[in-house]
Design a protein around this ligand. Structure first.
Ligand code: NAP
Length: 321
């Protein structure tokens, strides 16, 4: 049966759940299509479900575990009347109002939800190396965010995979903490901009492992080292490191919105004047529209903006309560 809502929020990371807290407190009774648990966590909740300790989210003097923080967000939104659907949005139709949304747990021609407004907060995901044990070791030596985790590698020997601007930026940032940072790149030339390359070459803590790919991760509880294969000769060698930062790019989770909404070439949703998209009544917040900052706190901030934008937009449409 199709259920109608004033606002449906698609995605349950810090952006979506902050939008839920604010819109629930504005009496909009939001429905959050929260996604499904991943292979490593028993709850949906976005990228923070894959992290361990978070020390830079304001308000937690001693830090907080990523999954615990997300459960707090979720319970806080529930307290004010948010309803959750534990499923993935599988299809949307933004061509007419009310908007229509289908979920992957029901096989039906009829949409599961119609909505006066929609907030898209489906986030982005880091591209990974797809190695055995990679997912298990995320938060235990393997990371995709130097800003988040660099601090834990004070005085350690670590590595960054990738040759683009992200990899170089992360490597330079990590030299503030680490003893050495080895950039492992599959070619002999970096893709990064010249100025970033020059900075990396001039940094005494940065080393380069050219023509190399990581083929195996070692360590039971924590990363203890990696096997690296020479992409030219095929020869394998091992590198003793306790941290591996994978920086080979990000992709926004926007497949179901393709053709429905304006996106950049890279798939990020275009927002203007806060969280407005090109579709009147559809808003986007968090990493799905931000490839610059990508932090839990910036995602949460833009989730708050989306809820306020929705509330004002609904009032302007005479739907406000
Ligand atoms: P990117 O430019 O696409 O670079 C990805 C890097 O990862 C490339 O060097 C690529 O190798 C490597 N790679 C891809 N798949 C791999 C795999 N499976 N195994 C090993 N290596 C792999 O991505 P990005 O660095 O995230 O940057 C994205 C965009 O944001 C770029 O336009 C970048 O300029 C911009 N950006 C700018 C700044 C800045 O200006 N400060 C900072 C960050 C990002 P190949 O080179 O061999 O393809």
């Amino acid at each position: 049966m199709t259920q109608h809502a004033k606002v449906v929020i698609v995605g349950s990371g810090p952006a979506g759940l902050t939008a839920a807290i604010y819109s629930a407190r504005a009496n909009l009774a939001p429905i959050v299509i929260e996604g499904e648990p991943s292979s490593t966590s028993d709850q949906p909740g976005g990228q923070l479900m894959l992290t361990t300790e978070i020390e830079n989210f304001p308000g937690f003097i001693d830090g907080i575990m990523g999954p615990e923080l997300m459960m707090n967000f979720r319970s806080q939104a529930q307290r004010f009347g948010t309803t959750y659907r534990t499923a993935k949005a599988s299809r949307v139709d933004f061509t007419n109002k009310p908007f229509k949304i289908w979920t992957n747990d029901v096989d039906s021609q009829e949409p599961q939800y119609t909505a006066d407004s929609v907030i898209i907060s489906t986030g982005a995901r880091s591209l990974m190396l797809n190695l055995e044990d990679e997912t298990r070791l995320i938060g235990h030596g393997v990371s995709t965010c130097a800003t988040c985790d660099g601090f834990f590698f004070r005085g350690k020997d670590i590595a960054v995979v990738g040759g683009g601007d992200s990899a170089i930026e992360e490597a330079i940032f990590l030299t503030k903490f680490a003893n050495t940072v080895t950039i492992i790149h599959r070619r002999k030339e970096l893709r990064a901009s010249k100025i970033m390359q020059d900075r990396a070459f001039a940094n005494p803590k940065i080393r380069f492992h050219w023509d190399a790919e990581v083929v195996k991760l070692h360590g039971k509880e924590q990363l203890e080292g990696v096997t690296v294969r020479d992409t030219v000769t095929g020869a394998e060698s091992s590198l003793e490191i306790t941290g591996l930062f994978v920086a080979i790019g990000h992709v926004p989770n926007t497949d179901i919105f393709k053709g429905q909404i304006e996106m950049e070439e890279t798939g990020y949703i275009v927002t203007k004047n806060g969280t407005y998209t090109n579709i009147d009544g559809v808003f986007a917040c968090g990493d799905v529209q931000d490839h610059t900052y990508r932090q839990a706190i910036t995602a949460a901030g833009s989730g708050c903006m989306a809820a306020i934008d929705v509330e004002r937009w609904l009032e302007s449409q005479h739907h406000g309560s």
